[in-house]
Design a protein around this ligand. Structure first.
Ligand SMILES: NC(=O)c1ccc[n+]([C@@H]2O[C@H](COP(=O)([O-])OP(=O)(O)OC[C@H]3O[C@@H](n4cnc5c(N)ncnc54)[C@H](O)[C@@H]3O)[C@@H](O)[C@H]2O)c1
Length: 332
């Protein structure tokens, strides 16, 4: 049942760094929601965010934000803070749109989803690659049976630079390295499209070319093979600061008994993808750049919130992806 909508949802934006401001601009651009409050410990970030949302109240922290009359909180703080901040906002009766990762492990993800269910509030996570037109087309092919029975998924995400903010390299603040930052997007695509759980995993994680050992360092290279419940084989390779020969190497390929489909970045770009439906040596283009896809998950959540702020059980998918990541880190 939906709740009567009487006004534009009033949102608080918690963490307005690079991605927080980008997603805020995308949401406000729809005209469907209002920026009622912003909060970030950095005065520089607040100054830049206030240009995008001149009427928003600047508040000291999440507590001050939750004291306001808000409908939702949009979280884009360092990753390790996401789960606790999401739970606080949900317990205060606010809907939440959170950056990935929602939590550092499956247990944290479960606690956030449980808080959303208990509060009966909408919970969204910025799994933005689901919203590329390439993945939308691939989803149609897979779900419509055009590829036959899916048996393999190849996922690659190499970033020749790695993040430019120090907190990403501190496990206490990030929760993990390239798997938590980049691999999550692609593993989520496999879990989202197959709807299955992981049966077994083998993985190798590296830091600076050495096997990852110390718990306080984060991985900058990872390879993993995940076997899903119905035997689908998912291969993941992802990295930061790899000598990749270009800015980024990004690919998600889905192989079935009757065909394949590949989304691949163009010329090393982080944003431009060409997507093909493959039969033998033939590759038929089904999506091509340019497109503005980065803000679409945020816009989708804003639209849904404006229509109905109540819990959507699809949020359990976040836990499935987090379980797969846990097993990549555990190596089994
Ligand atoms: N969905 C995507 O495709 C995507 C892309 C990039 C980044 N991200 C995620 O977005 C998040 C932010 O990444 P970023 O690159 O914008 O980082 P960033 O460092 O630019 O932004 C983080 C902001 O959080 C602020 N902050 C620190 N402590 C805070 C607190 N206690 N409460 C509120 N704000 C606090 C910082 O001052 C900073 O402005 C990360 O979790 C990252 O994984 C997602």
């Amino acid at each position: 049942m939906s709740e009567a909508v009487t006004r534009r949802p009033r949102l608080g934006f918690l963490g307005v760094g690079w991605i927080g401001r980008h997603r805020m601009e995308a949401m406000l651009g729809t005209g469907l929601v209002e920026a009622a409050a912003i909060s970030d410990p950095s005065p520089d970030m607040i100054r830049d965010a206030a240009v995008l949302a001149p009427h928003a109240r600047v508040v000291a922290d999440l507590d001050a934000m939750l004291a306001l009359d808000l409908d939702g909180v949009v979280i884009a703080s360092p990753s390790a803070l996401h789960a606790a901040q999401s739970i606080r906002a949900l317990e205060a009766g606010k809907a939440v749109f959170c950056q990935k990762p929602l939590g550092r492990d499956a247990a944290e993800n479960e606690r956030v989803v449980a808080a959303a269910r208990d509060a009966d509030r909408l919970l969204g996570v910025d799994l933005s690659y689901r919203f590329t037109s390439g993945m939308e087309k691939i989803a149609e092919l897979v779900r419509g049976g055009a590829l036959g029975r899916l048996f393999a998924v190849d996922l690659v995400f190499h970033n020749a630079y790695g993040p430019d903010k120090p907190w990403f390299y501190d496990r206490a603040q990030s929760g993990g390295g390239c798997v938590m930052d980049l691999g999550i997007h692609l593993v989520d695509l496999a879990m989202w499209l197959t709807g299955q759980d992981v049966r077994s995993v083998s993985s190798s994680l590296f830091a600076g070319g050495e096997p990852l050992a110390a718990r306080d360092t984060v991985e900058d290279y990872a390879v993993a093979t995940l076997t899903l419940d119905s035997d689908v084989a998912v291969r993941l390779a992802c990295s930061w600061r790899l000598n990749a020969g270009q800015d980024a190497v990004i690919e998600a390929s889905f192989y079935g008994t009757n065909g394949g489909a590949t989304m691949r970045n163009v010329g090393g770009s982080f944003y431009d993808f060409t997507t093909t439906h493959n039969t033998g040596t033939q590759a038929h283009v089904i999506a091509s750049p340019p497109e503005e896809w980065g803000g679409r998950a945020a816009i989708d959540w804003a639209r849904r919130l404006a229509e109905n702020p109540r819990f959507d059980a699809q949020a359990h998918e976040f836990v499935t992806t987090a379980r797969a990541l846990d097993r990549i880190y555990a190596g089994r």
